[in-house]
Design a protein around this ligand. Sequence first.
Ligand code: FAD
Length: 319
Amino acid sequence: MSKQLVIGEVSDGGFRNVSFEAIAAAKQLDESAEVVGVVIGESVASIAEEMVKYGADRVITVESDKLKEYTPEAYSQVLMEVIEKESPEGIVMGHTYIGRDIAPKLASKLGSGLVSDVTAIEGSSQFIRPIYSGKAFEKVEIEEGLQFITIRPNNIPALEKDEGRNGNVEALDVEVKDLQMIIKDVVKNTTSGVDLSEASIIVSGGRGLKSMENFKILDELAEVLGAAVGASRGACDAEYCDYALQIGQTGKVVTPDLYIAVGLSGAIQHVAGMSNSKVIVAINKDPEAEIFQIADYGIVGDLFDIVPKLTEEFRKAVV
Ligand code: FAD
């Protein structure tokens, strides 16, 4: 029986869903594996059991006021100690800003294999991951030794929550020391309550919106749908919205169930961040716009007519 460590990611006092997806991925690697959750933070013990309900066999918590916010230094000290103590065969985490940062650091320190941005697992050892900005997929295998896997959110479904599952939650004391960097405060810049990288519906706008004021019509549609708002770099560069919303090669990579692209052309750099969305709807007045080449449904017309109508119709449907 192998042992898989799954790093749980905490945000705003709860787990990010990708933590539970990582548990499912660990089980896929070895159905009989002992799955050990690891939760790091200032005060995380009270939520740790949630990982058990999603399939972890036990959970290790490491708490310290120095771990309130993610820093590569502090987290690598903790994870190196947990890995040494547990000697796992694999470590699975989300392909989030934390996973993207820390997995390669630890893998190189330990001389282990790393497969990043995994969207599916075939059998027990073959990892599928997008390459060339999502234009192709490659199949990767780690032949031997400890393996680090980061999984793209929203691709490997979490197991169903089982309220009846039990497992130990153990606190581990790790002395976090000699930190060069301490985060004093985090200022969040969000325009919607829904996290873009884990949203199941995204309404995304481009330069076609023409102003910051007009961009707000997307907020209304998003609110009715329970969606997050995203944007093209064109819209961000034009200051219609914040760069935190940018999707694409140099922005966020998203995989929602539904992506509604409004007034954006579908430049290759944008498509790189959203082409794996399950259903793509494009609204554009130019029937030749590139976005229609990857859209499942296309609406050719003026977004200023179409978007308010959609919002109105969805509102009726929701009530
Ligand atoms: P445009 O290309 O100007 O498209 C606007 C669209 O709106 C047009 O198709 C037009 O027909 C439509 N439109 C206009 N008015 C209306 C209306 N009333 N109703 C309906 N439709 C209308 N871009 C990203 O998005 N993400 C990235 O991460 C990214 N990274 C980049 C990295 C590099 C190195 C480079 C060089 C570029 C990058 N870009 C990125 C920029 C990218 O190449 C495009 O310039 C950008 O995506 C264009 O934004 P847009 O589609 O909003 O604007």
